[in-house]
Write a protein that binds this ligand. Structure first.
Ligand code: UDP
Ligand code: MN
Length: 303
């Protein structure tokens, strides 16, 4: 049942997609690290929303049971609640909303139900009745307080509907290379601080109320608008939601709050060795104390 947390405004809502975890020990271990580190530093009660198949929900339940054992987390840790949402039900609802995006932002030619999940953050405002949600990957390790991350919602300017940190690799320099070739000096795909570097969706602050209310945002979910944008920027991606957000950010920067990179410090360096050695460091920079490490592309998180 929807717990009391649903009506308790002290709780912050945190959503994690957690699927196909049965038999995937690495994924299960990463999930435990993510949740344990988050709770260890948390100053606020957390309502977890897991989008899972039954078997993964059971793996997650084991992880939470383990955490609840004496001595695992401090007695001063704020309370937390866990609710599992059916991944197949979410996929079914999402599919109707995002199937037209799948052609532009995923590998596979067909628009499969399950692939709709890669666009969960894009249309979450249409399927989940909450005001604000922090959506997280499970390959994260917290070094700071998620309450302080949540406080960034208060820094959104008028018009911002969501917040993310920059992508820390030249992924979009690559994706937009054809456009960049035709437009010397463009900001598209350029490094921070001046460039339109693109976003990483491992940590996303979603103001679902604002997403529901924003005419500008909802118009961008339209099939022909996206086809036109993809054609204009010669765009073909495969990273799902973050590709979509990056593409629309080129002409709608005003929708996005840029979260400090310290809240999503990405460790993947794949592109350093794949044609971008010389300019890699321009993208792979982040000043300040790391609050959240993101072990993307399977990267090891420093101990
Ligand atoms: N995920 C999952 N099951 C899978 C693969 C991915 O639940 O079999 C979820 C998980 O929360 C993960 C997120 O999808 O953190 C995104 O995938 P991943 O972090 O591996 O992508 P990367 O950050 O390396 O691009
Ligand atoms: Mn990740």
């Amino acid at each position: 049942p929807a717990s009391a947390a649903a009506n308790d405004s002290r709780y912050i809502d945190v959503l994690i997609l957690f699927t196909k975890a049965k038999g995937n020990a690495k994924l299960a271990a990463r999930f435990r690290t993510c949740v344990a580190s988050m709770l260890r530093h948390a100053s606020v009660p957390i309502h977890y929303h897991l989008v899972s198949d039954d078997e993964s929900a059971a793996v997650a339940a084991d992880a939470f049971r383990e955490l609840a054992e004496p001595g695992r987390i401090a007695a001063t840790t704020p309370p937390y609640r866990v609710r599992a949402h059916s991944v197949s039900e979410m996929a079914r609802q999402l599919h109707g909303l995002v199937s037209h995006l799948q052609a532009h932002f995923s590998y596979k030619p067909g628009a499969y139900y399950s692939d709709a999940l890669f666009f969960l953050s894009v249309a979450l405002h249409r399927v989940l009745d909450l005001r604000r949600v922090i959506m997280l990957d499970s390959d994260l390790e917290f070094r700071g307080d998620i309450g302080a991350l949540y406080d960034h919602f208060a820094r959104f300017k008028d018009g911002h509907v969501m917040g993310m940190a920059h992508e820390m690799q030249p992924v979009y320099r690559h994706t937009f290379s054809a456009y960049r070739g035709r437009h010397p000096g463009t900001r598209v795909g350029g490094p921070p601080p001046g460039g339109l570097t693109g976003y990483n969706s491992g940590v996303v602050l979603l103001d679902l109320d604002r997403m529901r209310r924003s005419r500008e945002y909802n118009d961008l979910l339209n099939a022909s608008v996206i086809s036109d944008l993809a054609a204009k920027y010669s765009f073909k991606g495969h990273l799902g939601d973050q590709d979509f957000f990056t593409l629309i950010s080129l002409e709608h920067e005003d929708l996005f709050y840029t979260l400090p990179c310290t809240w999503n410090y990405q460790l993947c360096t794949w592109w350093r060795d794949h044609g971008y050695t010389d300019i890699f460091e321009q993208y792979f920079t982040c000043e300040g104390d790391v609050m959240v490490y993101h072990g993307n592309c399977g990267s090891q998180i420093p101990s």
